[in-house]
Design a protein around this ligand. Structure first.
Ligand code: BGC
Length: 752
């Protein structure tokens, strides 16, 4: 466990708490949205960003609210953010002596700051299988967020995206527990910097979200219930939180809006207090998601009214309510304390956690930052890192024959609704919540079409989209204009190669719900018609979740999944297609093939078995379009000689593994080496396989290296029906690339 508590801070918190009134303590537990402060904070309107005094008086001086979140309508410049936050700081310090903590969803770079470096979304970052890139991207996000005078982000998101229909798949690091845990921890380290107990002015507090199991909605729709058993909850969904807190020092957690097996997470004392705070011995802040105390009574019906809902949530372990509109919370919680329904000790604990967070961020000593201290904001240096992240995140799913890299001098028809859209490259959480204004704000960045023109020469690029997205409100993201297939097909006549850029446009959260995961009918028809011309077809998938393409996949000679690579995605793709860079991304999620078969890669062995002859011919199959971990390169890598240092281990041992990796092709490239384990027989039906470690290596053509892994045997453990982590004696298969060996664990071990 990484201990970050600082005796000096603890003394200051205790002393301050003693002098605070109940109202002041409750104010620290309250978070409101910027809109409540009145006025419209748009870049052109009210350029001085003045918050009306009467609102400051009501919210800060009277109700003593200690935290504000959110963007009003669109992103603002760092100067404008500073203007807003510094007014809040001044008013807060004047009213209570305690600074305000401002929080923003800076999910892929400082995406609510105009001119900031917009990075790939987390699903892309996971596809890089490069923890150093994740850490670096988070450092950039932290720097540019702090440049805006904002010290807290609601990121990283570490839900396991286990239902591909879910509209928030792209916000996470894929479907796997280990990948989310490892990348989430790296992101926390990058955001919070070297000392989580004393964060410097270039770093910010992270908020892991959404605790937990949010990515497994039974219906696939946002904010709908899950049905996860305790063993899976502990073994998989809890794991990213455990690791990012115990190893990364994450300072805050946001709670899942929904219910699991009928119990709302916001009222689940067992998960919030027992698992998170007590078992991890964690002194951070638990904040609700948007209006989720209200949702306990008016959506989930576990309380009759708001007051009951507040009691449930606070007694379960919530420290801060993202209300976000009303100060009723303050009044009602005070009544609950006076009526002895919520103990004062709970209020003191919650308030102490918030004060500790503010102290760890240095806000008491330096409430504001100064924009001029951040000369690297939006710099070329950061852009180069963002481009590298985008390059390493793109996944070459298919490359039959020699279509890629594209030959210079070929005439390329670029078609599809995603070809010329910065909105589509960035997805939601870009300049606005739903990302619908990105094309207005991403000045100076290249769409796929623009980047291809620059890289291959204007004269070689023909553009005929065939299908376009309608200009529409954010809440109707899927709408397309009347298609014009004929002009695209005609344009194909003069082309040597067709590049169809398809997928989705931006959305996030509930507005992004989808009834059907198939790629839209228009886009599939466009691809069919273009393929019918007989010209070689390259399919570019630009989407926040994997859209089904079983009938058009065979029509394409090459397919690249770029997901949501951000503002530098067009440039990164052009470099890869030209062969200036090599592909190295791998799928962090299984790409499904059929609507009725959404099965993550760590399925139970019994889900995929051969036909059993007899009275009934039972069988089971798992059919995916592309499996988790899939990703091609322009070169080839060969694995050989996987060895372990022994063949028999005890539960406390560490397995040392070595495997030879050779770049057997004729181009340099990077290879992500993924280590999987399979427990061959166990008292709980084992998962087919589990990712246990990975590392990424650059190899010149012909180069050979030895890759090593140290795998503690305890990491092969599963959670048994008694909630214990157990590794049972028996055989385990360990595999890397094409290589596999079996090792034996000689006795059973139980771990905390
Ligand atoms: C989302 C969270 C987000 C919060 C604040 C909610 O609707 O679920 O992910 O952090 O809003 O913007």
């Amino acid at each position: 466990m990484n201990t970050i508590s600082n005796p000096d801070i603890e003394m200051r918190v205790a002393a301050l708490l003693q002098c605070m009134s109940l109202e002041e303590k409750i104010g620290q537990m309250t978070q409101l949205t910027l809109g409540v402060l009145g006025g419209k904070f748009e870049p052109d309107e009210r350029p001085d960003m003045t918050i009306p005094q009467e609102r400051l008086d009501d919210v800060i001086a009277h109700h003593k609210v200690g935290s504000i979140l959110n963007v009003a309508d669109t992103a603002l410049t760092p100067q404008q953010w500073h203007r807003i936050v510094s007014q809040l700081q001044q008013a807060s310090i004047q009213a209570t002596g305690i600074p305000c903590i401002y929080g923003l969803d800076m999910n892929h770079g400082a995406n609510y700051a105009l001119g900031a470096t917009i990075l790939p979304h987390n699903i892309n970052m996971a596809a890089t299988f490069n923890t150093a890139l994740v850490r670096r991207s988070a450092e950039i996000t932290a720097y540019e967020t702090r440049a805006c005078d904002v010290p807290w982000t609601f990121n990283p998101t570490v839900d396991l995206s286990r239902n591909p229909l879910w509209p928030r798949v792209f916000e996470n690091f894929g479907e796997d527990a280990y990948l989310n845990a490892t990348m989430g921890t790296a992101a926390v380290e990058g955001l919070q910097g070297p000392d989580s107990g004393n964060i410097d002015r270039f770093h910010i507090a992270a908020c892991l979200k959404h605790f937990m199991g949010y990515g497994s909605p039974v219906s696939g729709r946002d904010r709908t219930h899950s049905s996860i058993g305790e063993m899976e909850m502990r073994e998989k969904h809890f794991e990213p939180y455990r690791k990012a807190i115990c190893e990364g020092g994450a300072l805050s957690v946001m709670v899942n809006s929904t219910t699991n097996n009928g119990v709302p997470f916001h009222a689940n004392a067992r998960y919030l207090t027992r698992w998170l705070k007590q078992q991890l011995n964690w002194d951070g802040v638990i904040v609700t998601d948007w209006a989720d105390i209200d949702n306990l009574w008016n959506r989930e019906y576990v309380a009759h009214n708001k007051k009951e809902a507040i009691a449930l949530a606070i007694n379960a372990g919530i420290d801060m309510a993202m209300e976000p509109y009303s100060t009723d919370f303050c009044t009602l919680l005070k009544e609950l304390v006076e009526e002895n329904v919520v103990p004062v000790s709970r209020i003191d604990d919650a308030c102490a956690r918030v004060l500790r967070l503010k102290m760890r961020l240095g806000l008491f000593d330096t409430p504001d930052t100064c924009v001029t201290d951040y000369p690297l904001f939006g710099s070329g240096e950061f852009a180069a890192d963002a481009t590298r992240a985008a390059v390493e995140s793109m996944v070459l799913l298919k490359n039959n024959g020699t279509l890629l890299p594209l030959k210079h001098g070929s005439r390329i028809l670029i078609a599809g609704p995603n070809a010329d859209s910065m909105r589509a490259l960035n997805g939601g959480w870009t300049y606005t919540w739903q990302g619908q204004l990105t094309d207005d704000f991403a000045h100076g960045h290249n769409s796929i079409l623009q980047a291809m023109r620059q890289r291959f020469g204007n004269e070689y690029i023909i553009y005929a989209p065939g299908v376009t997205y309608a200009q529409h409100d954010w809440n109707d993201w899927g709408r397309e204009n009347e298609p014009d297939f004929d002009s695209a097909v005609r344009a194909a006549e003069s082309a040597d190669v067709i590049m169809a850029c398809v997928g989705e446009t931006s959305y996030c959260e509930t507005p992004g719900n989808a009834d059907d995961l198939h790629l839209s009918a228009n886009q599939r028809e466009l691809v069919r018609r273009l393929a019918a011309t007989g010209k070689p077809l390259l399919l570019i998938l630009n989407e926040g979740r994997p859209r089904l393409i079983p009938e058009i996949e065979p029509l394409a000679s090459a397919i690249v999944n770029i997901m949501l690579p951000g503002n530098y995605g067009g440039d990164a793709l052009a470099m890869l297609l030209a062969g200036d860079e090599n592909f190295s991304g791998r799928m962090p999620i299984s790409y499904p093939r059929h609507h009725g078969a959404f099965i993550p890669y760590d399925y139970k062995k019994g889900e995929c078995v051969p036909t059993m002859a007899g009275a009934y011919n039972y069988d089971a199959t798992v059919k995916v379009q592309w499996p988790f971990g899939h990703g091609l390169s322009y070169t080839t890598f060969e694995y050989s000689g996987l060895t372990a240092d022994r063949s028999v281990y005890s539960p406390d041992d560490i397995i040392l593994l070595r495997v030879k990796l050779r770049n057997s092709g004729n181009r340099r490239g990077k290879e992500s080496v993924l280590l999987y384990s399979s427990d061959l027989v166990a008292t709980v039906s084992p998962d087919n396989r589990r990712l246990r470690a990975f590392s990424k290596h650059h190899l010149e053509a012909g180069e050979e290296i030895t890759v090593e892994f140290s795998l503690p045997v305890r990491e092969l453990a599963f959670v048994n029906p008694d909630g214990e982590w157990v590794v049972e004696r028996g055989e385990f298969r360990l595999s890397v690339g094409t290589e596999a060996i079996t090792v034996v664990v000689d006795s059973t071990g139980i771990f905390d």
